[in-house]
Write a protein that binds this ligand. Structure first.
Ligand code: GLN
Ligand code: ZN
Length: 799
């Protein structure tokens, strides 16, 4: 008996209908009923697609107006007290209040709930990345007073909708242990695991209610099975399912994204009706699982990649499935590896995609079709012979396409000297050469790259893309923006200038569009959070740089000023992380190819006289594998790729990198091993806390703690948060800088904002930077350093 299902489905809609409806609702243009109607229509449409592909069950419970974890907060009645809900407000208003925060004004006028004690509204729930994806979930908040109660009306109504279609619903929800794990203890020293015994009865009640409603299968996701767990969490999984396994309901526990590894036996022993595993991320474990899982339980094999856009190799998948089926006495569930939330709805008909590449791709709808074919092929149904042949042809065309594998690139990679990732001299030598060349003052000031992307810039780009503005006129418009940015920076008295990135709409797409090996979609949207979606490029083939990408813009900007102009590039790991990447070679090889393309750009910028080059790597932390055992390898090739891109230059050329919005303290030695001369890093939101890690003493202790790490090169901790329109005062930034000098040697310290300024507008940007330059100047006079040798430009200009 072969069954097929999916763990979850994209909910935003093929035309991003949910996004539009949500944003109209938030703007007050449509009411709750209209929004709910759009949502119901999308659910029905998506279930029809699933049923149409012959899935044995359609998945219910994966839909969310904002986030599926936030849904659970309401399902289990644990909305944080700090929102001050009375309980008689509309659940939807409470939901959006948690997701988006409430201002004091909303609180009385719109929300109707009691203002918090301060009367100042409430900040939204924290948002964080869902495992190693680019999806962000809302973090549940727990403390000793957290209580749970079942509020299943919304879920039950969705089940009724599915049954009415008619379709057979399988309910998919996050399991209790992962739900607690992914939440945050909001009380010092509180262990949220202590809540498990309060939470389990509510899950139990829910399972019973679902059975009574005619639901025959409930999928409980426990993706934490793919993490290195403390024994207490492993034990919690055992306890939870020992209890839930006694309910008269078929429960399938689902794991994905990462190998089960040391949790394999645990997962196979859970006394539930079924187990789903990710056979794309951890194919090597599949047969062991097929043997270890008792034959009385169902095994769901996630064989179609739910995280990437490639069409499955159905022959290869069938070979694996047949082997598993033989071990399982003929029984098997076939599935996508994880929820299809992480892939675009459909790609087969996306007219923007390169014609060579399009037949190789599969979005969610095409993946449903793959499951249909796999199931029928396992029945030996002749009807799918044609589909199998098509899949085979697509695999063959992909494997033999000369743009996928290029001899010139293979040769270049093979012949790359092993020391291509080393600067010629060590940092102290480079530093002396750079100081002599750049003549910067102490505490040099700079920004991270982008300046406000004004409506005028966006309008010009849109007109250019529509063909209404000619290439020359577009270039002239961008040059005027660059000149404006340069003059503003000179007037502010900044030391190292940037051209402002007016010509870029996205820091990955801009480079991808100019590199060989990338394809782009018109409609390949993937939900990032709430109504926000991203459209990642598709990296399908060997990467090469046919021509310089940034040199003309940078040269133009440098010619406008006698101050150093930073060349701005996106690093290889960030380009890798924010694209759908090929699955026919290791990520490390793809990263190296991108690194070589960036390396050529770095060399060309240097040859054009650019003395400072920044290679942004904000996504380096995101690529870190979920399992500790795999991290060392990743960090080794990722940092090498960065160094390959950064190392073709002479000693006196200064390489910067930039990172932001991640936890970096656990990878500091590797960040240091990137050997950038200067790193600018986001820190202001944590009040410079991040620097604790960077500022170990020379003797290897961090602030007196043993085992500390001392960041060896120069560093610019962000002194103001660029997410807010608020203009911080000079003294506020000065306080942060003084704090930084407690851990960072003054002669290593740079002064800059947290990140790029493209989301801000010019008046607030200028005001904030003026204060920032003043703060640097105060610091200079106080410390009485001879500086980095050069004049203090802020005195004349910004004073
Ligand atoms: N240079 C980029 C900018 O300033 C960096 C953006 C980022 O770190 N995400 O916009
Ligand atoms: Zn940044």
């Amino acid at each position: 008996m072969i069954r097929t299902h999916v763990l979850g489905f994209p909910r935003i809609g093929a035309q991003r209908e949910l996004k539009q409806a949500l944003e109209r609702h938030w703007r007050g243009e449509i009411g709750e009923a209209a929004l709910q109607a759009v949502a119901a229509e999308l659910r029905a449409r998506h279930w029809r697609l699933q049923a149409g592909a012959g899935l044995d069950h359609v998945t219910v419970g994966d839909f969310a107006l904002y986030d599926h974890v936030a849904n659970l907060i309401q399902l289990f009645g644990c909305e944080p007290k700090r929102f001050g809900f009375r309980g008689d407000e509309s659940p939807l208003r409470r939901y959006f209040a948690m997701a988006r925060g409430v201002t004091a004004h909303d609180h009385d006028a719109a929300c109707g709930c009691e203002p918090g004690a301060s009367g100042e509204g409430a900040a939204a729930l924290e948002m964080t990345k869902w495992f190693d994806t680019n999806y962000h979930y809302l973090v549940p908040e727990f403390d000793g007073a957290t209580a749970f109660s079942l509020h299943a009306e919304r879920l039950l109504a969705e089940i009724d909708e599915a049954i009415a279609l008619p379709a057979s619903p399988k309910v998919a929800l996050l399991g209790p242990v992962s739900f607690l794990f992914l939440g945050k203890s909001k009380e010092e020293g509180f262990d949220r695991l202590a809540l498990l015994h309060r939470l389990l009865p509510v899950y139990e009640q829910l399972l019973t209610r679902l059975a009574a409603r005619g639901v025959t299968w409930v999928q409980l996701d426990e993706p934490i099975l793919g993490l290195d767990l403390e024994p207490a969490w492993q034990d919690a999984l055992r306890r939870a399912y020992a209890r839930l396994g006694t309910v008269d309901q078929h429960v399938m526990v689902a794991s994905y994204f990462s190998p089960l590894a040391d949790n394999l036996a645990l997962a196979c022993e859970l006394p539930v009706a079924g187990l789903h595993v990710d056979a794309v991320r951890a194919p090597e474990e599949l047969l062991d699982i097929a043997r270890a899982l008792p034959l009385t339980r169902e095994l769901s094999v996630g064989i179609v990649d739910g995280r990437n856009v490639w069409r499955a190799d159905l022959d290869a998948a069938l070979a694996v499935l047949r082997e598993v089926r033989a071990l399982r006495g003929g029984r098997l569930w076939v599935a996508a590896s994880c929820s299809l939330l992480h892939v675009p709805m459909s790609l087969r008909d996306d007219a923007a995609v390169d014609e060579d590449v399009r037949p190789w791709l599969a979005g969610a709808i095409e993946k449903l079709e793959e499951l249909r074919v796999l199931k029928r092929a396992l029945w030996s149904d002749e009807a799918v012979v044609k589909a199998l042949a098509e899949s085979r042809a697509a695999s063959a065309s992909r494997a033999s396409n000369p743009r996928v594998r290029r001899l010139d690139i293979a040769r270049r990679v093979k012949e790359l000297p092993t020391d291509a990732d080393r600067r010629a001299a060590a940092f102290p030598v480079r530093r002396a050469a750079q100081r002599a060349r750049l003549k910067l003052p102490a505490f040099p000031t700079t920004t991270i790259g982008s300046f406000p992307q004004t409506p005028a810039i966006r309008a010009a780009r849109a007109a250019f893309k529509r063909g209404e503005l000619g290439a020359d006129a577009y270039r002239d418009a961008m040059c005027r923006e660059i000149e404006h940015a340069v003059r503003r920076q000179e007037a502010l008295g900044l030391d190292v200038l940037v051209h402002g990135e007016a010509e870029r709409n996205d820091m990955v797409e801009y480079f991808g569009e100019q590199l060989d090996g990338f394809a782009f979609t018109a409609n390949g949207w993937v939900q990032s959070y709430g109504s926000r979606c991203v459209k990642p490029p598709i990296l399908f083939g060997d990467v090469a740089r046919p021509a310089p990408m940034t040199v003309e813009w940078t040269r133009f900007a440098q010619a406008l000023t006698d101050r150093p102009m930073k060349g701005m590039l996106t690093g290889p790991i960030t380009i890798l992380q924010w694209s759908f990447v090929r699955d026919d070679q290791p990520r490390s090889e793809t990263a190296l190819q991108i690194a070589l393309a960036i390396r050529d750009e770095v060399a060309d910028l240097e040859a054009a006289g650019i003395a400072v080059i920044q290679i942004d790597e904000p996504a380096i932390r995101e690529g870190l594998p979920l399992r500790r055992a795999a991290r060392r390898d990743y960090l080794a090739w990722a940092t090498r790729a960065f160094r390959v891109s950064a190392s073709p230059v002479r000693d006196e050329t200064q390489i910067h990198t930039h990172m932001c919005y991640s936890e970096f303290n656990d990878i500091l030695p590797e960040i240091a091993a990137m050997d950038a001369d200067v790193i600018t890093i986001e820190t202001s939101r944590s009040d410079m806390e991040l620097l604790r890690g960077f500022g170990g003493r020379v003797d290897g202790t961090a602030n007196g703690q043993a085992g500390g790490f001392r960041y060896p090169n120069e560093i610019g901790p962000g002194v103001y948060d660029i997410h807010s329109p608020r203009v911080p005062s000079r003294d506020e930034m000065l306080r942060l800088l003084r704090k930084a000098t407690e851990v960072i040697p003054a002669e290593h310290l740079w002064v800059n904002p947290d990140c790029g300024l493209k989301t801000r507008d010019w008046p607030e940007t200028e005001a904030a930077l003026r204060h920032m330059v003043e703060a640097a100047r105060v610091l200079r006079s106080g410390v009485g350093l001879g500086g980095q040798d050069g004049p203090d430009r802020s005195k004349t200009a910004a004073g």
